[in-house]
Design a protein around this ligand. Structure first.
Ligand SMILES: Cc1cc2nc3c(=O)[nH]c(=O)nc-3n(C[C@H](O)[C@H](O)[C@H](O)COP(=O)(O)O)c2cc1C
Length: 188
C-alpha cells in the first residue's frame, strides 16, 4: 500500500522494482514467460505483477505503456495455460499496454527434454512463427485502437478519482500532471 499511498519509492522492494520498471518503460516490447503451476501462473510471476499494481490505469499508469506491445509465453505438462495467460494479460492491459499476444505449449505429461522429436519441432516451429509475427508487429510501430474495455476503464478511473480521491491523493495529482484529469490530454 505504500506504493499507492506514499509513492513507489516507499515500496520496501523499491530498489529492485523501480529499475525494472524503468527498463520496461524504455523497452521496445515486453515478453513475459511462466510455467503453469497449479493451473495458474507461477508465484514468482504473480508476485512480480503485484509489485506493479500502482501502475494500473486508475492509479499512475505510465504513458509509455500505451504504445507498448507484449507477448506472454507459457508452458505446461497438461492444463492451466488459459488461466496463467489471463492473469498476466489482465495486469498488462490495466497498465495500458496497447496489444497483448500469447502462445502456450503443452508437453503432454513429460519434460521438454523427454518429448518426442516431432512434437518438439512442431512447438519450435509455432514459436518461431509467432515470434516473427510479434517482431514485425513491434517493428511496425502501429498503435492500435485501445481495447474497448480499457478505454471504458480509463473513463471510469477519471470518474472514480473525481468522486472519491481527496486532495492529498498521489493518483489524483498524477492524473492532473498528465493532463488526464481534466481531459486536456489522452494516453491513447
Ligand atoms: C508446483 C508445480 C505445479 C504444477 N502445476 C501444474 C498444473 O497445474 N498443470 C500442469 O499441466 N502442469 C503443472 N506443472 C508442470 C509445469 O507446468 C511444467 O513443469 C512446466 O511447464 C515446465 O516448465 P519449467 O521447465 O520452466 O519448469 C506444475 C509443476 C510444478 C513444479
Amino acid at each position: 500500500m505504500n506504493c499507492f499511498l506514499k509513492g513507489e519509492e516507499y515500496c520496501p522492494h523499491a530498489t529492485h522494482t523501480m529499475p525494472v520498471l524503468d527498463q520496461m518503460v524504455s523497452a521496445d516490447a515486453l515478453i513475459f514467460t511462466t510455467p503453469v503451476f497449479v493451473l495458474s501462473l507461477s508465484g514468482c510471476m504473480k508476485s512480480f505483477l503485484d509489485h506493479y499494481a500502482y501502475i494500473f490505469i486508475v492509479h499512475r499508469a505510465r504513458s509509455e505503456m500505451f504504445n507498448k506491445k507484449a507477448f506472454i509465453l507459457t508452458s505446461t505438462v497438461g492444463a492451466g495455460s488459459k488461466a496463467a495467460i489471463k492473469t498476466i494479460s489482465t495486469s498488462l492491459k490495466y497498465w495500458g499496454v496497447n496489444r497483448v499476444y500469447n502462445y502456450s505449449f503443452t508437453t503432454f505429461g513429460t519434460e521438454w527434454d523427454n518429448m518426442a522429436l516431432d512434437k518438439k519441432s512442431k512447438i519450435k516451429k509455432e514459436i518461431m512463427n509467432k515470434s516473427k509475427k510479434f517482431y514485425t508487429e513491434v517493428n511496425s510501430g502501429i498503435k492500435h485502437r485501445p481495447y474497448l474495455f480499457i478505454s471504458f476503464m480509463f473513463k471510469m478511473s477519471r470518474f472514480i478519482l473525481k468522486k472519491y480521491a481527496d486532495e492529498s491523493s498521489l493518483d489524483k495529482q498524477y492524473w492532473i500532471d498528465q493532463g488526464w484529469y481534466f481531459g486536456e490530454k489522452s494516453p491513447f
